[in-house]
Design a protein around this ligand. Structure first.
Ligand code: I3S
Length: 130
């Protein structure tokens, strides 16, 4: 409980590795390209960091891991469970941003995916009226 209070005070709501793919940008469809990212939910912003798994040296990995690949403002966003037309995977989240970007987000563990769903929804709700 104390730990939870500390992370809340710092604004860090959740962090972990997720699979994601951006499927549209400004309403335009993109080719699906799943990759895993270190993902941080903090202060109404969801950040997917670059996938460093294909890089050889630790130095390369460290520098790439520090770079956000996508920074998603959750204000005005909507989150729902993706239909099976969107993905054959189970328990995939579909996140639409106010500026017309769409992401599919997934983790092999249903429990972990549900935790993220709850945290992202809560963050959207909290940032709804800002
Ligand atoms: O919606 P799609 O096109 O069936 O998505 C699949 C493809 O992106 C596929 O890549 P290639 O078409 O480059 O082989 C991925 O490997 C699959 O994971 C995608 O489908 P799922 O249902 O896993 O999101």
């Amino acid at each position: 409980f104390t730990l939870q209070k500390d992370t809340e005070a710092k604004g860090l709501e959740k962090a972990g590795v997720l699979h994601k793919t951006k499927i549209s940008e400004n309403g335009r469809r993109l080719r699906k390209n799943w990759s895993s990212s270190w993902t941080v939910l903090e202060g109404g912003i969801l950040t997917f960091f670059k996938d460093a798994k294909n890089l050889s040296s630790n130095i390369q990995k460290q520098s790439v891991l520090a770079l956000p690949e996508h920074t998603v403002r959750l204000q005005g966003a909507s989150l729902r469970w993706a239909t099976k037309e969107k993905s054959s995977k189970k328990h995939v989240m579909e996140l639409r941003t106010r500026d017309g970007c769409e992401y599919l987000i997934h983790h092999d563990s249903e429990a972990i995916t549900k935790d993220w769903f709850a945290s992202i929804s809560k963050s959207i709700g909290r940032n709804m009226h800002i």
